[in-house]
Design a protein around this ligand. Structure first.
Ligand code: 5GP
Ligand code: ZN
Length: 113
């Protein structure tokens, strides 16, 4: 399958990994929008939030567990952070493999975009 993030999971495209287990991979974004910008993905190909079902939704909980673990390990859990999922064209999704942005290290504005 021609999917950028599946290729990162397979090791065909290099990435700076922050966390990996059997279900989830986290790596540094190539174009960081904050001092800390980490992408967290399921290893299984799910194209977007639209494809989350009763069968596969447990991996979303795993991703949030991973985010909390990374925030503690990287030392920004106390200052705070933002977890973002962009879905579809209006949501700003550019890679068709569901992913969550974990952003930290500066005061993030609101509303976004
Ligand atoms: P989206 O816009 O779909 O929500 O986010 C896609 C993210 O993937 C962007 O922040 C972009 O910088 C990042 N990205 C795109 N290509 C690569 C790549 O080859 N390696 C890494 N590490 N990040 C990438
Ligand atoms: Zn994929």
């Amino acid at each position: 399958m021609d999917c950028l993030f599946c290729k990162i999971v397979a090791g065909e495209i290099p990435s700076t990994k922050v966390w990996e287990d059997d279900k989830v991979l986290a790596f540094r974004d190539i174009d960081p929008q904050a001092p800390q910008h980490i992408i967290i993905i399921p290893k299984e190909h799910i194209s977007s939030a639209n494809e989350i079902t009763e069968e596969n939704s447990s991996v979303v909980a795993k991703i949030f567990e991973t985010a909390a673990k990374i925030a503690k390990e990287q030392g920004f859990s106390e200052n705070g952070y933002r977890i973002v999922n962009n879905c579809g064209e209006d949501g700003g999704q550019t890679v068709g493999h569901i992913h969550f942005h974990l952003l930290a290290g500066r005061n993030l504005g609101w509303p976004p975009g």
